[in-house]
Design a protein around this ligand. Structure first.
Ligand SMILES: Cc1ncc(C[n+]2csc(CCOP(=O)(O)OP(=O)(O)O)c2C)c(N)n1
Ligand SMILES: [Mg+2]
Length: 1031
């Protein structure tokens, strides 16, 4: 009805000349700017029902006719021409229609005038027939993929019976109809029957099957729709809510003659199929009992990727970053990235010795980086395949982050030069939530990579599980619909169709800079790996697979039959590639040492020395001059643009900052400002990402100011520090941890010269990104032979918010440290320890120390992940402020902050030394004062938990020889730092003194709620710490 109303409104004349003008302009725009104008129509007041043929369904069609008539009155049937003229001239409803002149007149201008619908047409029937044809076209566009021949095995388990085709008001069983259409005996479709097959119909503007013709006989219409939508390609796109994009896709698949390939293209395709197929066969011959997760059954993946790369290179892309799972990985390395074959083959040699640290499972997990000339375009192209863990799809956001970083560093704001390709298995694509999280980053300004091409190796099985029980959607690709990505399903046994859709996918990305999916419907010839017996679980499928002729053989036979190649040429191509493999195999036997560094996906040129080691092993001072601190402090407390109205509350915050700068002190937010501002000034790009990071969850940061009077006008003062500073990116992320942390990790991989930080809204939320932490960040250097300087900011603290929102789970991070708790390191503590550790974990108690640790992260000569447990209450705690003196040149990060109070005067008299970390320090000092123990209890803050500052702890334990050693934390005994710290304290004192602690274990971070907790826990904790003291 809505459409009917709009149509009628459009037909209605406009009273005021002004309105008439704007209407006609809108119409002109709608018809593509054609110059024809028309008279405003007279008022059209009578009921719509007065036009007998106008109803809810037909209005769509009438509208089509009307647009066409506006463009060219001769393009529509004479009866319509008269109708619109009459309506335009003001004919009353019901009177605008006149019977058309007999067909065949010159004015009709149609080739097959005899065949035109009705000589004295019954207009109702005429409209209905045209509508039926329009519905038919639409049905093919919407549902054609259901009946396309997508499954090479023809045993597709996708059940569409549950989803009958709905066209207009009628239910049409398209699959049954298809058979009828095949025989060209259309019986009933909105009243169309066999006798209509030779009638000529005007094609709606939403189809391109006519090519240069605007009318076609129904028979031809059906045939062309069958060709476009029901062969080896199934196009799923009608859910896209952008007309231009839909039209673009329609013309790519509907235009007659699109699937034409030159001889050269066919021969290249065959050669690529030969490589893909013979590579797997070679591996199978040589290492028949080795797992390789072969590509058999989806050999066309290789030409598919190469087509995408060729086309993208043609469109100006210079760098492609890829992520993929196990299936066909070796083949992709060999035939797409072009890793030397001998380097791959030698991986199968069990005697190969590793020259350096790294994954034991090189060939399935490590990636690589390669720049080469693209033979088709003769242009340079860099290809990198990212290393990835077994965890399927985990690499997706990492690839996106790295791609974004590369785009950022080369100023590629639209993704014209750098792009990503993600490969997926069908089961993983449907099952893993990170796929969805990654899709949702695809169109966000600070996360978009301007279109990713997804290629799904849809072998219709995941390990031993088939799709009937592996997903609830019809296709494994349905997840892509959330971002309106078109999905091109294609039968992988038709290499030419595969090549076609890959070309279209690459063009789509280059045109719209949006994601697109190529679904290669294929099969898996062997088990999950080559040792696996698939007949246990999929007997019928595998009986069919055994009968299935290989795709190379099929395609070669087709080309030989066509005369595109001779059998001899084909056999020569095979022999040539087999020889290449044999020679590489011979060479591979000489490889005795495995250099895992050859499998790096992200080299950092210039950062290391020639041996891949840090250029120095010293960490410079991280302090700043008084002027620098003052200048950055001034920026942090002002609005550096004119006429910008900020919120009154924010004005007060900025005034407070200015006052602090005047007094030469910093709170937490200002300390962070100083660190960021100075690094930016020194040329280091900073990217801070996470949920609500721009303001800060606790409303303390305010890095983005919002004009209170102008919508969307913002100011980022951090970008106004100095004229040649590096850019600052601060971005609120989507509500995702797994996806966004993976993304930032990837961003940090691209360059060592950026400080990339991810902040969890509350520390406990990091656990939904656990896979990125466990698989990538924690084992980083050891597993992936690659450093990464990502920073995790994890708000942590038992502050009465209940068991949620309290703990960033320090125990988990600490448990995953590679340091030996029982070995006291020998020398070169500060830097060597940092270099050897897998990650750095800190809990700073002062803004100055937070400032230093952020700066050290960049100024140190290597990169390590940094985990910072950040405070909540300390953000505004009056005592948690730092003096500028602690940030001046010569100052640095303090791994341990010793007690500087009265205890220093008479250390022998100290009865107890309490070691702690983070905010609990402030509670302890207050309680010590209350109890009058300032002379007898020393409190030392361990700011850097890992690597553990054994040397500095030892200084403290030696300083107070008569003191008990107590570890204090607010977390329960089975949580927090206790299990980590205790053995290290004992190692430090060589087990000569006991280490006390008393807090019961607990299941959750805390068992009390809200204020009750803080009160109780505080009292309880202090009792523990100060009890048994003989004062
Ligand atoms: C997150 C995760 N869960 C489980 C597995 C174990 N696993 C390895 S391969 C596989 C099946 C994958 O199926 P699919 O995605 O269709 O890829 P295919 O092997 O069929 O190419 C499973 C479940 C894994 N590697 N990662
Ligand atoms: Mg699969």
């Amino acid at each position: 009805m809505h459409r009917l109303r709009t149509t009628v409104v459009r037909l209605r004349p406009i009273a005021a000349p002004q309105t008439a003008k704007s209407q006609s302009q809108a119409r002109l725009a709608a018809v593509g700017g054609a110059l024809r104008t028309f008279q405003p129509m007279r008022s059209y007041t009578a009921s719509v029902s007065a036009e007998p043929f106008l109803n809810g369904t037909s209005s769509n069609y009438v509208e089509e006719m009307y647009y066409a008539w506006l463009e060219n009155p001769r393009s529509v049937h004479k009866s319509w021409d008269i109708f619109f003229r009459n309506a335009n001239a003001g004919a009353p409803p019901g009177a605008a229609y006149q019977s058309p002149p007999p067909l065949g007149g010159a004015a009709l201008g149609l080739a097959n005038a005899q065949a035109m619908v009705g000589v004295q047409p019954n207009v109702e029937k005429l409209v209905e027939d045209h509508l039926a044809v329009q519905s038919l076209v639409r049905a093919y566009q919407v549902r054609g993929h259901h009946i396309a021949k997508l499954d090479p095995l023809d045993i597709s388990v996708v059940d569409f019976d549950e989803a009958p085709v709905m066209v207009g008001l009628k239910k049409v069983d398209l699959s049954g109809y298809k058979e009828r259409l095949y025989d060209l005996t259309a019986e009933e479709f909105y009243g169309l029957d066999e006798s209509d097959l030779d009638k000529v119909f005007r094609l709606p503007t939403t189809t391109f099957i006519g090519g240069s013709e605007s009318t076609l006989p129904l028979r031809e219409i059906i045939q062309r729709l069958e060709m476009a939508y029901c062969q080896s390609i199934g196009v799923e796109f009608m859910f896209i809510n952008d007309l231009e994009q839909c039209q673009w896709i329609r013309q790519k698949f509907e235009r007659p003659g699109i699937m034409q390939f030159t001889l050269e293209e066919k021969r290249t395709l065959l050669a690529r199929m030969v490589r893909s197929t013979r590579f797997e066969e070679f591996l199978q011959r040589k290492w028949s009992s080795e797992k390789r997760f072969g590509l058999e059954g989806c050999e066309s993946l290789i030409p598919a990727l190469k087509t995408i790369i060729d086309k993208s290179s043609m469109n100006g892309v210079e760098s492609i970053i890829m992520g993929m799972p196990h299936r066909g990985r070796l083949n992709v390395l060999a035939n797409v990235i072009r890793k030397e074959l001998d380097q791959i083959f030698c991986q199968f040699d069990s005697k190969l010795e590793a020259a350096d640290e790294g994954s034991g499972d090189v060939k399935y997990h490590l990636g690589m980086w390669h720049r080469r000339i693209n033979r088709v375009t003769d242009r340079n192209i860099t290809l990198s395949l990212m290393a990835n863990p077994s965890h399927l799809e985990a690499v997706d956001p990492v690839v996106q982050g790295k791609t974004k970083a590369e785009q950022f560093y080369c100023g590629d704001t639209e993704g014209n030069r750098v792009m990503s390709i993600l490969l997926h298995g069908d089961a993983a694509f449907a099952g893993q939530g990170v796929v969805y999280e990654t899709f949702h980053l695809s169109d966000l300004p600070s996360y978009t990579t301007h279109g990713t091409i997804h290629v799904v190796v849809n072998n219709q099985i995941g390990f031993t599980t088939d799709p009937r029980v592996a997903r609830s959607s019809s296709y494994p690709t349905d997840v892509a619909k959330v971002v309106n990505a078109p999905i091109f399903h294609v039968n992988a046994d038709d290499p030419e169709a595969v090549m076609y859709v890959c070309n279209v996918a690459a063009e789509w990305r280059a045109t719209f800079h949006k994601d697109v999916v190529v679904d290669l419907v294929c099969y898996r010839r062997n088990g999950h790996n080559e040792m696996d017996e698939p007949m246990f679980t999929q007997p019928l499928m595998y009986k069919q697979i055994k009968k299935q002729k290989g795709v190379l053989q099929k395609y070669a036979e087709k080309l030989i039959a066509e005369g595109a190649v001779t059998r001899q040429e084909y056999e020569e191509e095979i022999a040539k590639y087999d020889k290449i493999c044999e020679e590489a195999h011979a060479r591979s036997k000489d490889e005795k040492i495995l250099h895992i560094k050859h499998w790096l996906d992200s080299p950092w040129p210039g950062f290391f020395n020639m041996d891949g080691q840090p250029k120095s092993m010293t960490s410079p001072s991280t302090g700043l001059t008084e002027e620098e601190l003052g200048h950055i402090g001034h920026i942090a407390s002002s609005v550096p643009v004119e006429d910008f109205t900020i919120h009154g509350g924010l004005s007060r915050i900025l005034k407070g900052r200015a006052a602090m700068v005047g007094q030469r002190v910093c709170d937490w937010a200002l300390g962070e400002y100083m660190a960021f501002g100075s690094l930016l000034k020194e040329g280091t790009h900073i990217r801070l990402s996470g949920q609500d990071v721009e303001r800060g969850t606790f409303s303390h940061r305010h890095h983005v100011l919002h004009d209170q009077n102008v919508d969307k006008r913002i100011c980022i003062p951090m970008n106004h520090i100095a004229p040649n500073q590096a850019p600052y990116t601060v971005c609120n992320s989507s509500l995702s941890e797994y996806g966004v942390l993976g993304f930032e990790l990837g961003f940090a991989m691209a360059s060592p010269n950026a400080l990339v930080l991810w902040e969890a809204q509350f520390g406990d939320f990091h656990n939904t990104a656990q896979c990125i932490i466990d698989q990538f960040i924690c084992p980083g250097q050891a597993k992936w032979v690659r450093q990464n300087g990502i920073v995790l900011l994890l708000p942590h603290g038992m502050e009465g918010m209940g068991p949620e929102h309290s703990s960033a789970r320090p125990e988990r991070f600490l448990q995953m440290c590679n340091e030996d708790p029982d070995a006291y390191p020998v020398s070169e503590f500060a830097v060597r320890q940092l270099y050897d550790c897998n990650w750095i974990i800190v809990n700073c108690s002062t803004p100055a120390n937070y400032f230093h640790v952020l700066r050290r992260q960049i100024l140190q000569p290597f990169r390590k992940p940094l985990i910072v447990f950040t405070p909540k209450s300390l953000l505004r705690h009056p005592d948690a402020k730092s003096n500028f003196d602690d940030m001046l040149p010569g100052t640095h990060f303090q791994r341990l902050i010793p007690d500087s109070g009265p205890v220093c005067e008479k250390p022998d008299g100290v009865k107890r030394i309490v070691f702690c970390t983070g905010k609990v320090y402030y509670e302890l000092t207050r309680e010590r004062k209350n109890r009058g123990m300032d002379n007898t209890v020393a409190i030392a803050r361990i700011e850097q938990l890992s690597p553990f500052p054994f040397d500095q702890v030892k200084v403290e334990t030696d300083r107070y020889p008569n003191a008990d050693l107590v570890w204090c934390q607010e977390e329960h005994k089975n949580q927090g730092y206790y299990d980590y710290v205790k053995p290290r304290l004992r190692t430090t004192v060589d087990r000569t003194r006991p280490v006390w602690y008393d807090q019961p274990p607990s299941l959750t971070p805390l068992c009390f709620v809200l204020k009750v907790f803080s009160l109780l826990s505080h009292v309880c904790m202090c009792e523990c710490v100060f009890m048994y003291m003989c004062v």
